[in-house]
Design a protein. Structure first.
Length: 398
């Protein structure tokens, strides 16, 4: 029988495949600036002390390994709402937010997409040009048509905000608009608070459905500051989705610790939404992981662990910012007259370098410096040991 012979071969995820190629590269001076993982200055993925302490507590308690509820840990869900919106935010106090613990923020995005397909069947999704590749894949995988709105300005390294607004103002009601709450992936270009203030009325007037992705909270301006968009939308009375992740901020990538929250118009509506989100999860993975819930709820809920975590996030953010400044200084010295200002204006782990596919390929082939072919650089992969080599390689191909 040749039951599966008609299947198309899977080309692999472009970023994960590139990371695999990096691992196989025998050069000892290779540099990995492709995958979106935070590395410390020694090139290691850190294990935060607050996470170690939380896990020690969990082992000492020796609790059972029973299933969590479909919606996940109550303690984690409550902690997520307080983190995103503030414990005293009206939307939290009035119980008009439906929150699930999910299998990373990717799981949250997919559950939300499945929910939208079922309950808002005519809605199409609009994502920024460019966006994280998996955004398109997850919405299309749910059967939702995906389009783009203008975002990155290649000429300036900034934001095409006027063009973005003009496109959104012409969308049909109930269109889903995928927005990065901070530290845009892949460009590092974010909306300012003033631009959010202009955008929110457009979303409301056009009856659009914002879907926020918040994967890098704390890596932009700070933990509280990076929640600005979520809090502003909720304060405006806007209904919206927000998927968030702790992979980067707690350095717990493999634990798949994430959540999906839906801000609704009332507590009664939130209860209906939560019920149908649970039904969506039950048809998919049934319930989330207990270990991830224990880590997140303890780190966010215990004052000493919370304080330790906040200090670690600040240190990670400041190291990334330091690498941005250092790379900008070296490139400016090596290629005077070329504008590298985007490194300073963009935020978070990523920057769009403007390098062409051919230049990126040459970086990899000739210098062992790995970037995504779009020219996206993961600034968190830079350190004091590889920055000079990276700057020299980039200057050589520009």
């Amino acid at each position: 029988m040749t039951l599966f012979s008609h299947l198309e071969p899977y080309a692999g995820d472009p970023i994960l495949s590139l990371n695999d190629a990096f691992q196989k590269d025998q050069r000892t001076d290779k540099v990995n600036l492709s995958i979106g993982i935070y590395f410390d200055d020694a090139g290691r993925i850190p294990v935060l002390d607050c996470v170690r302490q939380a896990e020690t507590q969990m082992l000492a308690e020796a609790g059972t390994k029973s299933y969590l509820p479909i919606e996940g840990s109550a303690a984690m869900r409550s902690a997520v709402q307080a983190l995103l919106f503030g414990a005293t935010h009206e939307a939290v106090v009035s119980q008009r937010i439906a929150t699930l613990q999910t299998i990373g923020s990717s799981g949250g995005l997919k559950v939300g997409a499945d929910f939208i397909k079922r309950w808002l069947p005519g809605s199409a999704a609009w994502v920024s040009d460019p966006t994280w590749d998996n955004h398109r894949a997850m919405f299309e995988g749910a059967g939702i048509a995906v389009h783009t709105y203008p975002y990155h300005d290649a000429a300036t390294g900034g934001l095409r905000f006027d063009a973005m607004l003009a496109t959104l103002q012409a969308l049909p009601p109930r269109s889903v608009v995928l927005l990065h709450a901070c530290c845009h992936n892949p460009t590092g270009v974010d909306l300012s608070p003033a631009q959010w203030a202009q955008l929110i009325p457009v979303l409301q007037e056009r009856a659009l459905l914002p879907y926020l992705d918040l994967a890098y909270q704390g890596y932009g301006d700070g933990i509280e500051e990076d929640a600005f968009a979520a809090r502003a939308l909720a304060a405006a009375g806007q209904s919206f989705f927000i998927a968030n992740s702790f992979s980067k901020s707690m350095s717990v990538y493999g634990e798949r610790a994430g959540a999906l929250s839906v801000v609704c118009g009332s507590a009664a509506e939130a209860e209906l939404v939560l019920g149908q989100l649970k039904a969506t999860v039950r048809r998919n993975y049934s319930s989330p992981g207990i270990h991830a819930a224990g880590i997140v709820s303890r780190v966010l809920g215990e004052p000493a662990l919370r304080s330790s975590w906040e200090a670690d996030v600040a240190a990670m953010r400041e190291r990334i910012q330091g690498m941005r400044r250092s790379l900008h200084t070296r490139l400016t010295a090596l290629r005077p007259g070329h504008d590298f200002g985007y490194l300073l204006s963009q935020r978070g782990m990523f920057s769009y370098t403007g390098l062409s596919t051919a230049q990126v390929d040459r970086l990899r082939a000739d210098f062992g410096v790995y970037l995504v072919r779009s020219g996206r650089i993961c600034v968190a992969g830079l350190n004091s040991g590889n920055l000079e080599r990276t700057a020299a390689a980039m200057a050589a191909v520009i």
